[in-house]
Ligand binder design. Structure first.
Ligand code: SF4
Ligand code: SF4
Ligand code: SF4
Length: 296
């Protein structure tokens, strides 16, 4: 499987203490993406100049002369890079890293299994990304081996995937953290690159066959923190038979440094960060529509 990161002892990725496995590949292109290194399903070179000590080892191994170090300044010419990742193996300071590591299902399970003593009654593994359903066979195999070994499973999804996967997915996941990014479809299309229709249909279909769903709604000031979105969240919430609660996630700008490490422009936008009272207003609006919110 293409794994960008495994985070242990997570407290915010589902019930209890979780080990969160971030998988590569996502069908959306959210402008606010906080994990841009997970978007493409291809290998990519991450370069953080601030970590570079100028040793020149990367320039020595690169057969395409993509690295130039002159007067202590390191320039990476990405147009020459063939993504072979040889330079990442020679970099001792982690200034150069591959965007993912290939791991087998058994290797990932071995990491997750090390933490089982901390899971208690409700913790376990959370698959996140990116979109775990971009690697459906492997995702199912990993969920299956966890369940067979008594580890609880959760899947964080953007919801944009082939609907025929839902029955097997629901049979293997104990809980879903399901994104609902904007009830206004025009804005959804504009800011994520896709319509929300498939996402809504998949949520309802999974709910119909018993999937416990936590609706996760990112709150982005000047984008989706609007009454039409709150009404759409409430409408969706009231259609769910197995909804657990709605969780609001304030936008943060942490994805910006990852975007620059990929060679793009910093996508962090301070104007999108909601203030405490903006979040309080959103929460009050949803509660006034009868939505069950996550308790702080
Ligand atoms: S769904 Fe998540 S990982 Fe995919 S582009 Fe949007 S924010 Fe990034
Ligand atoms: S990934 Fe390969 S081609 Fe690209 S800069 Fe590194 S060594 Fe050169
Ligand atoms: S190998 Fe790493 S530390 Fe050395 S010059 Fe290249 S990027 Fe910098």
């Amino acid at each position: 499987m293409k794994v960008t990161e495994i985070q242990r002892f997570c407290m915010h990725d589902g019930p209890g203490i979780r080990t969160t496995v971030f998988l590569k590949g996502c069908p959306l292109r959210c402008q606010w993406c906080h994990n841009p290194e997970t978007q493409s399903d291809k290998q990519e070179l991450l370069f953080t100049p601030q970590k570079c000590i100028g040793c020149g080892a990367c320039a020595a191994v690169c057969q395409n002369s993509a690295h130039q170090i002159t007067d202590g300044k390191h320039i990476l010419n990405r147009s020459r890079c063939k993504n072979c990742m040889k330079c990442t193996e020679s970099c001792c300071s982690q200034a150069l890293l591959p965007s993912f590591s290939e791991m087998t299902v058994d290797e990932i399970f071995a990491v997750v299994n090390q933490d089982r003593a901390f899971y208690g009654d409700c913790g376990g593994i959370t698959l996140s990304g990116g979109e775990p359903l971009m690697q459906p066979e492997e995702t199912f195999a990993l969920l299956r081996i966890c369940k067979q070994n008594g580890i609880k499973t959760a899947v964080e999804t953007c919801g944009y995937f082939d609907s025929s996967l839902i029955p097997e997915l629901v049979s293997l996941a104990d809980c879903f953290l399901w994104d609902f990014k904007d009830g206004n479809n025009q804005r959804h299309q504009q800011y994520t690159g896709v319509s929300h229709n498939l996402i809504k249909n998949n949520i309802l279909r999974a709910d119909t066959i018993g999937a416990p769903i936590i609706l996760r709604c990112i709150m982005i000031k000047n984008v989706n923190m609007q009454e039409d979105h709150y009404r759409a969240i409430a409408e969706l919430w009231h259609q769910l038979k197995n909804g657990v609660y709605v969780e609001l996630l304030p936008y943060h700008a942490y994805g910006g440094s990852k975007m620059t490490a990929l060679g793009g422009n910093d996508n962090g936008n301070p104007a999108w960060i909601p203030a405490e009272n903006d979040l309080e207003k959103a929460k009050l609006s949803l509660e006034s529509h009868g939505v069950k919110m996550k308790l702080e």
